[in-house]
Design a protein around this ligand. Structure first.
Ligand code: 9UX
Length: 70
């Protein structure tokens, strides 16, 4: 188990937050997601094999931008 932090641009409301959470939970190996609208950031608990890139792709497929690992 490890934690990956993402800086996410483009979330402007709680519905955006929900969309991002769902996108992250849809990635295999993700166990817990905490998204902060205020901080424009997500903290994601994942199994060791899960990559930053796979989380980035999932979020960006919904139209948000992941800038880089925090
Ligand atoms: Mo509400 Mo968040 O339209 O894009 S879902 S601002």
């Amino acid at each position: 188990m490890k934690e990956i932090e993402l800086k996410i641009l483009g979330m402007t409301c709680e519905h955006c937050v929900r969309t991002v959470k769902n996108a992250l939970y849809s990635v295999e190996g993700v166990s817990e997601v905490d998204v902060s609208l205020h901080e424009q950031r997500a903290k994601v608990k994942v199994e060791d094999h899960v990559s930053f890139e796979s989380l980035k792709s999932a979020v960006e497929s919904w139209g948000y931008k992941v800038v880089d690992e925090v």
